[in-house]
Design a protein around this ligand. Structure first.
Ligand code: SIN
Length: 327
């Protein structure tokens, strides 16, 4: 009897370009800040990284956008979720790499992990120096991201920068200039990439359980971005009051995340307005404006907390929760 032919392992890597400093261009190589983000095409980025199309295994390239990621928005997130879902469903695709700006990469990574919870790797990578810099960091980051995407058994959405692999839950941009601008403290890195090999410290990002990602993905793909629930971010600080909350309620806001002081505490005047917002049907959550640590619930709490999510990620989580509840 002839043994059943085993199917070859998936091998194509899909690279989706969205812009960012990794694709930035300056007029002088000495200029690390006066560049325009989102200028260089994804094919050229791969060529600069020494992995032109056809080399190092088969690649599929798509230029999804060319933006400075400060301008990231729901329409592009919807498009990214659709392109990732499409390619991840192809049996011969091993993983997806996304080139992205550093400024909002933690938000895009968290959004994609929540919506897709992929069983294959989706690796976002970026750079702090434009492609025209004397020493651009993008090419190595791209090579490292490709290595993670090709790693057997890898799964989930990750951010790869400066040789480090960050989880979408923990990664935060904490420096405005250094070429290693991200932190995953206190949870720590998922791993590192060394000479093309992944050394892992923690498990890959877990598939999300609630709501079922497929339902959430369908909702994300079928709802026009302009109709996604409006969730805004406020902060508590000396002299804060409730006027911003009232203005947002007048505009029909569906949710508010407040970056509170310390353990998610909120100025009394702002707190009072938020309590009124809850009574009026607005979903309100407290996170902390502290870079590290999370809000710990107490018996005296009158506003729910963000379950350990940073303000930026709590906002996305709440927006997606409200999206699934929208009739
Ligand atoms: C951006 O986020 O698109 C610009 C800044 C960067 O990539 O570092």
């Amino acid at each position: 009897m002839t043994p059943a032919a085993s199917s070859p392992p998936p091998r194509r890597i899909v690279v989706l370009g969205t812009g960012g400093t990794i694709a930035g261009r300056a007029t002088q190589s000495s200029d690390n800040i006066g560049y325009k983000a989102g200028e260089v095409g994804v094919a050229q980025l791969l060529e600069s990284a020494g992995t032109p199309q056809g080399g190092h295994g088969e690649m599929v390239l798509e230029q999804v956008a060319q933006v400075d990621s400060k301008d990231m928005g729901f329409a592009l997130w919807q498009q990214l979720a659709q392109r990732c879902a499409h390619w991840l469903a192809q049996a011969d695709v091993a993983g997806v790499v996304i080139t992205h700006g550093t400024d909002t990469v933690e938000e895009s990574a968290f959004f994609l992990q929540t919506v897709l919870a992929p069983g294959k790797p989706v690796v976002l990578t970026c750079a702090m120096r434009p492609s025209t810099a004397l020493v651009p960091d993008g090419p190595q980051n791209l090579v490292d991201a490709m290595a993670v995407a090709r790693t057997p058994g890898a799964r989930g959405v990750m951010v790869v920068c400066a040789g480090k692999i960050h989880s979408p839950h923990d990664v935060q941009k904490v420096h405005s200039y250094l070429v290693d601008p991200f932190s995953s403290e206190p949870a720590g890195l998922l791993g590192v990439v060394e000479e093309g090999a992944v050394r892992r410290f923690r498990d890959w990002p877990a598939p999300a359980s609630e709501p079922h990602p497929q339902t959430l993905l369908e909702r994300v793909l079928s709802t026009p971005p302009a109709a996604w629930p409006r969730v805004e971010l406020l902060s508590s600080y000396a002299g804060a009051n409730g006027q911003m909350v009232q203005a947002l309620m007048a505009q029909g806001v569906r949710g508010i995340v407040v970056a509170g002081t310390g353990n998610g505490t909120v100025h009394a005047e702002l707190h009072e307005a938020l309590i009124q917002a809850v009574a009026a049907g607005v979903a309100v959550q407290r996170s902390t404006r502290c870079l590290f640590g999370q809000v710990l619930a107490t018996a005296a709490d009158t506003l729910t907390d963000s379950q350990g999510l940073s303000p930026l990620k709590a906002r996305i989580h709440l927006m997606l929760a409200l999206l699934t509840q929208t009739p």
